[in-house]
Ligand binder design. Sequence first.
Ligand SMILES: [Zn+2]
Ligand SMILES: [Zn+2]
Length: 319
Amino acid sequence: MRAIVFDSTITFRPRHPEPSAAAGDTLIRVRQAGICATDLEITHGYMGFRGIPGHEFVGEVVTSADRDLIGKRVVGEINVVCGRCDLCLSGLSNHCRNRTVLGILNRDGAFAEYVRLPALNLHVLPDSVDDDAATFVEPLAAAFQVTKQINLDGRKWVTVLGDGRLGLLVAQVLRDANCQVRVIGKHPEKLALCEKWSIRSRPLEDIVPRHDQDVVVDCTGSAEGLTMAIQMVRPRGTVVLKTTTASGAPLNLAPVVIDEINIVGSRCGPFREAIRALAEKRVDVTSLIHRRMKLEQGVEAMALAGRPGVLKVILSCAA
Ligand SMILES: [Zn+2]
Ligand SMILES: [Zn+2]
């Protein structure tokens, strides 16, 4: 099959082996896949991953142990879990000690013609969620995860730091969670999108951190984001970290102690809620699509997705 493979460098392979049955009981023909910051970090060594990247996809089931799935249009949860460890048994299977993660940890991902996953990981899509919207289910679920982890009652003042792909999803979700949301970013055209969505926004250069936000969600994708977030959050406030980078950065944690700040790491979230929000058109994702490119152009597509200001680049994976 055709695939994008990372193995110290990223290349397009016209004849890569199809995923083996050991990778899951369901074979999916990938229709399209989205490129996200995590994929770009992988090419910089994040998680030491080798193989096919890509974890945001929509496809159709070709073969499956669950016959009802055959021919269905699906998205897939990215954590493949054991179901037996202490974390799985306590309802935290996204943190399974024996997990593999699609395109991120010991499991080939979706920048390919075919991908395999267990049937249990799949969600059948309603017709009201088209392929473009479906490509955003995984990152939108990650945005919803913020609302699961922190208490947002009482019309909290929330700053979303970063106007990139994930920040603009998080901002829309928090707007609908009855928060006073503002987005801080560097790109006028993205801040204009916020205006279209009735979300306040400010350019980064205008910001003087005042230790006055109830919640700051770091979606900068840069190692410096946490430092900035700590300067913006109020004492006893909460910083939610969405950024994953390959490189660390020196960090002064004294303000976390002095201001008694809660720091919450946040990763994968609820697919069902994301699918419902897309079906009900509560979140605008089509405005986030920057360009569509063929799988064959995947290497160029990843370079494009890494340029400042570029939002979602979608890979069309069908032949
Ligand atoms: Zn992603
Ligand atoms: Zn487990």
